[in-house]
Structures are given as structure tokens and as C-alpha cells.
Write a new protein. Structure first.
Length: 311
């Protein structure tokens, strides 16, 4: 889960996939299919209530087949996005390729990619009836499509973190890559060229929150945490230089270090600022009472299998 916001009332709530199902090592019995399907519908209802803006399709979302996933997408108040997953029979994209949302006067273009490498091989049943177009080629065409329609471009990536890094190196114009599949908590997100890589851990245990302070859409971003660290270092350096007890020989090195810090801070002037946080989702958070009732009804209808008694 990833929020990109301008203020408390201006939030984009996005996810890059693998929310609805898990990988199934063997085909599920009919009753288990029903249970998994009903649970996925509960997820969608909870996303509706949270006000999701878009969901990127992941490999595990296809665990019970493309037809069911298309049917489920019709129950969502937000689009399922996938820019490179094509229905083999019709030759058309299975889902909406992109979305443009306006947040506090800023147009955000969002698209999604699913990586072929996330599947277990050519015979993976989750790929049945699907063609996956090459992610890099599709990313290039999506950037070209969205540049005139948006101020910033977000990729909901289900490629995996190594592929995210490769894509950021290869293609310009993507401002944020919200990644999934690898399941890493990128507390301090890397900045590759002008692309910020974001990701949170799996299983719905965390939400990532990205605050943006946008000056203009022509400049890049810098990490507010980096700026604060440099400012703290600068204060400490100045204090040591002003201290009469500091040896002159040491002061020469301190002056050079201070000049480097001042130069780096000047590089941030006129640029946009981001601040990233990863928040644990715990039982202390407020719950929707209607969702609680629906979950309890689901558990009564589809109880967890009893664990074998210890010997």
C-alpha cells in the first residue's frame, strides 16, 4: 500500500499488486476456491471503503485465472491497471492501461507493468490465456503517452526490485516507481537519475506514505531527510569551527567539509521535496464496523482448517 499526498485531504492511495490471492502450489478444491474468492471480494470491498485510486495487477492476483479477475474488477470503485497484460484470444489489453488523477492541481499519470519473470515459467497456469508485452517497450510508450497529460508519472511496478532499478536507469520520465513482488521495506528510497523507487513489505503489514512538496514539475526531487541531515551536520560543523578549543589544523578540514555541505544544500534550491515513511498496520487502528461484521460472517462460513493435535 502506498499513499502519495499533498495534504490530508489530497491523497492518492495506490497498490502494485498481489493483494487478492496467494500462490497456490496445487489446484484448489472447489470449496477452497469459493472461500478464496469470497475473501478476495472482501478485500475489494475494504479497498472501496478506504478510497483506493488504483490497483496494479500482480502475478498472484491471477491465481484463479484471468476471467475471475476481470469479473472481480467490476466490483471495484477504482480501476485495475495493467499496461502490458494482453488477452490472448482478443489481442486486447485485459485491463485499463493508465489513469490520470488530479491532486491539489497536480496531474498524476499512473500506469502499471507485470513482469514475465514473476511467474514460475512458461507453463505457470496463472499465465493461461495471456500475453505479456515487454515491460521496457511498454514503459517507453506509456511515458510518451502520459507526458502531455500529466505533471508527474507513477509506475505501479510488479517487476521486482532489481528490474525496477534497471528500468529507472534505462528510461527517463518516470518520477516514482511504486514497486511490489520483492517485498522490501525501502525506508530510505533510492533515487536513480530522477526516479524515486518505493516499496513496502508484503502481507499488508505496512503502508508507505510519501509526502510531496511540489514547487514545479520541471525540477527533480530531493529527500527531505537528506536535507535535514545535512542541516544538522552544518550546525555541528559551525559549532566546532567557532569553538576556540578546536585545533587550527582540524579547522581546515572542517571548513572543507562545511563547504561541501553548503554546496549540496544549494543544489536542493528550487527542487521538489519528498519525505517517505513506512507505517506498521496494527490492531490499534480504527476498524470499519460493517467490514468487521462481514469478516466474521466469512469466517463462520469458511472456518480455518483445524490444526492437528500435538502428539
Amino acid at each position: 500500500m502506498r499513499g502519495i499526498r499533498g495534504s490530508e485531504k489530497n491523497l492518492l492511495l495506490l497498490d502494485a499488486g498481489d493483494l487478492l490471492f496467494k500462490k497456490y502450489a496445487t489446484p484448489l478444491p472447489e470449496n477452497d476456491v469459493k472461500g478464496a474468492t469470497q475473501r478476495a471480494y472482501l478485500f475489494i470491498e475494504s479497498f472501496n471503503r478506504m478510497g483506493y485510486d488504483a490497483l496494479g495487477v500482480g502475478d498472484d492476483d491471477l491465481s484463479l485465472g484471468k476471467d475471475l479477475l476481470v469479473e472481480m474488477s467490476r466490483k471495484a470503485n477504482f480501476p485495475f491497471l495493467s499496461s502490458n497484460v494482453v488477452d490472448e484470444e482478443s489481442g486486447k489489453l485485459l485491463f485499463q492501461p493508465f489513469l490520470v488523477k488530479e491532486v491539489q492541481g497536480v496531474r498524476v499519470g499512473i500506469f502499471s507493468l507485470l513482469g514475465p519473470e514473476t511467474f514460475l515459467g512458461p507453463t505457470d497456469p496463472r499465465k493461461k490465456g495471456l500475453i505479456l508485452k515487454p515491460p521496457t517497450e511498454v514503459a517507453q510508450s506509456m511515458v510518451k503517452e502520459l507526458q502531455s497529460k500529466s505533471d508527474f508519472i507513477v509506475l505501479l511496478s510488479h517487476l521486482g526490485y532489481p528490474r525496477d532499478m534497471e528500468l529507472a536507469q534505462a528510461i527517463s520520465g518516470i518520477h516514482f516507481i511504486v514497486g511490489a513482488h520483492t517485498g522490501m521495506n525501502l525506508v530510505y528510497p533510492p533515487l536513480i537519475k530522477d526516479t524515486i523507487l518505493l516499496q513496502t513489505a508484503t502481507k499488508g503489514m505496512y503502508a508507505g506514505k510519501l509526502d510531496l512538496n511540489v514547487q514545479n514539475n520541471a525540477s527533480g526531487f530531493y529527500n527531505a531527510a537528506t536535507k535535514r541531515s545535512l542541516e544538522n551536520n552544518l550546525r555541528n560543523l559551525t559549532a566546532r569551527l567557532d569553538d576556540k578549543k578546536t585545533p587550527e589544523k582540524e579547522k581546515a578540514q572542517l571548513r572543507k567539509t562545511r563547504e561541501d555541505a553548503e554546496r549540496k544544500l544549494k543544489e536542493f534550491q528550487g527542487k521538489n521535496e519528498f519525505y517517505n515513511r513506512i507505517l506498521p498496520l496494527n490492531e490499534g487502528m480504527k476498524e470499519d464496523p460493517d467490514m468487521v461484521s462481514m469478516i466474521e460472517a466469512y469466517k463462520a462460513k469458511f472456518p480455518d482448517p483445524a490444526k492437528p493435535a500435538p502428539h
